[in-house]
Write a protein that binds this ligand. Structure first.
Ligand SMILES: NC(=O)C1=CN([C@@H]2O[C@H](COP(=O)(O)OP(=O)(O)OC[C@H]3O[C@@H](n4cnc5c(N)ncnc54)[C@H](O)[C@@H]3O)[C@@H](O)[C@H]2O)C=CC1
Ligand SMILES: O=C(CO)COP(=O)(O)O
Length: 333
């Protein structure tokens, strides 16, 4: 039986552990909080994230990272992007040389502007061919309810992507393979920033034309950055790009969307952070995405606007007026 380790008992770590177990794997979840680990092992549920959802028998949990990592063919990471480097420094010595390292995370590291697979490669000293990412329109609560969804598993070594595809393929979860890791990761990280923008617009009471325009132009700026970084344009028209934008920008389940809505309704940043219980990656990653845009000399006006509102205290109405008063352009430039 395929053994998997999943580091992180939050929303997505737990739901993806369920997917792996439903696909026939034996999964050990690592969690830092003993109460959650105990509840998973004895109550067969994760009450903090999915109360009432029974976890498959193939999932157990531990607070011991060595126990989680032991014998894992796939080692999956699902902690907040900004803590991964610190976490993985502790775990790296425990990981087998041949385990496939899988990132579920949709963020870009502050300061270094590195994608999560780059952080994994660097800290675990693993070649790119042994590092994979999983992304796409996968709101954890819907996956935990076993509603049908598709995803992308990306790795430069397609045979590794195929192995991961098999490991997480169930009747309700349909993963496709891709070798464009850069495009897949950027799609996931930048859509969180665009979801903040759409949420802000929703909170301001704006309608569907505004939403569609932000999604479409958001995809245009994601693609521009991706092309500058060597990604394949087709990736952005797929599940990692358009697919995840549609899910995240339209769903009240999205933490990024909800975060933006609260800001758009007039909450301060501090008030919004206080009511946000789970990880909204775009709040920090909007700055690192803008950092990438500057490093690659790419124009990303929506991302810039989000940074202005979230970090520089710009009023949404003022920011929106500035965005709309940019010079007229060709749709493709
Ligand atoms: N929730 C979702 O629907 C989806 C989330 N993702 C991505 O998955 C990643 C994880 O997000 P979620 O599980 O949703 O977040 P979450 O907030 O639900 O869970 C995060 C987990 O990390 C733990 N954690 C927090 N700080 C930590 C630290 N310093 N060291 C170690 N562990 C720490 C928390 O205790 C929690 O178990 C993010 O990058 C997110 O973008 C991707 C697809 C879907
Ligand atoms: O990535 C997600 C869905 O694919 C989840 O989005 P949020 O992190 O905004 O909840």
């Amino acid at each position: 039986m395929t053994r998997c380790a999943v580091f992180g008992t939050g929303s997505w770590g737990t739901a993806f552990a369920m997917v792996l177990a439903d696909a026939g794997c034996e999964v050990t979840l690592w969690g830092r909080r003993p109460g959650v680990v105990e509840a998973i092992n004895t109550g067969r549920t994760n009450p903090d994230y999915f109360p009432g959802v029974r976890l498959p028998d193939g999932v157990r949990a531990t607070t011991d990272p060595a126990e989680a990592a032991d014998g894992a063919e796939f080692t999956v990471f699902s902690v907040p992007s900004q803590t991964l480097r610190g976490n993985l420094s502790d775990w790296a010595p425990l990981l087998a040389d041949d385990t496939v390292l899988v990132s579920l995370m949709k963020g870009v590291e502050l300061g270094t502007a590195k994608r999560m697979s780059e952080v994994v490669q660097e800290v675990a000293k693993a070649p790119a061919e042994r590092v994979a990412v999983l992304t796409g329109p996968n709101l954890a609560k819907e996956i935990a309810a076993r509603q049908p969804a598709a995803a992308v598993v990306a790795c430069p070594d397609e045979s590794v992507a195929r192995r991961l595809q098999t490991a997480c393929h169930t009747a309700y979860f349909r993963p496709y393979t891709n070798t464009d890791v850069v495009g897949c990761e950027l799609g996931g990280a930048v859509k969180n920033v665009i979801a903040l923008a759409v949420g802000i617009a929703d909170g301001m009471g704006l309608g569907d034309n505004t939403k569609a325009s932000l999604i479409t132009r958001g995809l245009a700026e994601t693609t521009r950055l991706g092309l500058a970084m060597g990604a394949d344009a087709h990736t952005f028209a797929g599940l990692a790009g358009m697919g995840d934008l549609v899910a995240t920008c339209s769903s009240p389940l999205s933490r990024n969307h909800t975060f933006g809505t609260n800001l758009g309704r007039g909450m301060t940043l501090e008030e919004t952070i206080a009511v946000t219980k789970q990880t909204a990656e775009g709040v920090k990653s909007c700055e690192s995405v803008l950092d990438l845009a500057r490093r690659y000399d790419v124009d990303m006006p929506i991302t810039e606007t989000v940074v202005g509102i979230v970090h520089d205290g710009k009023q949404p109405l003022v920011a929106l007026k500035e965005l709309m008063s940019r010079s007229a352009k060709a749709e493709r430039h």
